[in-house]
Design a protein around this ligand. Structure first.
Ligand SMILES: NC(=O)c1ccc[n+]([C@@H]2O[C@H](COP(=O)([O-])OP(=O)(O)OC[C@H]3O[C@@H](n4cnc5c(N)ncnc54)[C@H](OP(=O)(O)O)[C@@H]3O)[C@@H](O)[C@H]2O)c1
Length: 253
């Protein structure tokens, strides 16, 4: 099966849940924590990632909690994978939440030596793909007064040497998300940005390949934030940027 090919499986044992969410990059790390939070709040889930084994593991983990899960393998940079995720949500009855979480680091290094082809791939996955998936999902989200959550990074705001390519992809995502939020005001769809902070994940290890990252918190530390976010009145959070760990640790406003 090619990378973008889909495996789709769904629990049939549960009564249909009425709310539906798509989470990209939900096979591990932060995306899996977000999927668990949405599952606990009664969402049917459409989850995506490239690697089949981890995605299947995530699906089985979520099924143990009794959720309805459609797992579809694919790369966010691939338009046909994006269409399959949105079609799956449509098949579930609609869409309430879209979480654009999947991202690639694409390697770190000074901008002076940045491999521009690699930078193209980073922009395709981290910036273009979330907007393209949003465009596809918008009619479904509009019908349900839905929420778009775009995952960003402090690298979008700090000029950290070596992080310019990845940081630029997230900075562009931030501006597009804030612009989108303004444009969507009349269309009953909300959009927010969430910076999860440093987390002990595969992506973070890739950024610090020779470093022991065991002092970084596990992605589960952000769980209270997600439990809070997905229960908010969308009017009150529309267009905001949240720092998930700060919100979770210092009390959510
Ligand atoms: N960890 C941190 O310290 C940190 C800090 C700030 C922001 N973030 C952001 O948090 C989000 C989640 O990162 P994470 O740390 O949880 O990373 P992670 O543990 O490496 O997980 C990334 C997830 O995305 C999937 N993925 C990656 N590239 C993909 C692609 N092109 N198409 C489809 N799925 C893809 C991965 O599965 P496959 O590889 O199998 O596709 C995996 O499920 C990202 O947006 C990241 O930028 C993380």
């Amino acid at each position: 099966m090619s990378t973008a090919a889909a495996t789709s499986t769904q629990s049939r044992s549960n009564p249909k849940r009425s709310r539906v969410a798509i989470v990209t990059g939900a096979s591990r790390g932060l995306g899996l924590v977000i999927a668990h939070a949405l599952e606990a709040l009664g969402h049917q889930l459409v989850i995506g990632a490239r690697g089949e084994r981890a995605l299947e593991g995530a699906r089985e983990e979520l099924l143990q909690h009794g959720s309805d899960v459609v797992a579809i393998r694919g790369d966010v940079s691939d338009g046909s994978a994006r269409a399959r995720w949105v079609d799956a949500a449509r098949g579930c009855g609609g869409l309430d939440v879209l979480v654009n979480n999947a991202s690639i680091l694409g390697g770190l290094g000074a901008l002076a030596e940045l491999d521009v082809q690699r930078f193209d791939r980073v922009l395709a996955a981290n910036t273009v793909a979330p907007m393209a998936l949003t465009q596809l999902a918008l009619p479904l989200l509009e019908a349900r007064h839905g929420l778009i959550v775009n995952i960003t990074s402090d690298a979008a705001q700090g000029a950290f040497p070596g992080w310019g390519g990845y940081g630029a992809s997230k900075a562009a995502l931030e501006l597009m998300t804030r612009t989108l939020a303004e444009e969507l005001r009349e269309r009953t769809v909300s959009a927010v940005l969430v910076d999860p902070g440093d987390l002990r994940t595969a992506l973070h290890q890739e950024a610090f390949p020779n470093e022991d990252i065991s002092d970084r918190p596990v992605p589960e530390v952000t769980r209270p934030f997600w439990d809070w976010l997905f229960q908010q009145d969308l009017e009150t959070i529309h267009g905001r940027r949240f720092a998930a760990q700060q919100e979770a640790l210092h009390g959510i406003r």
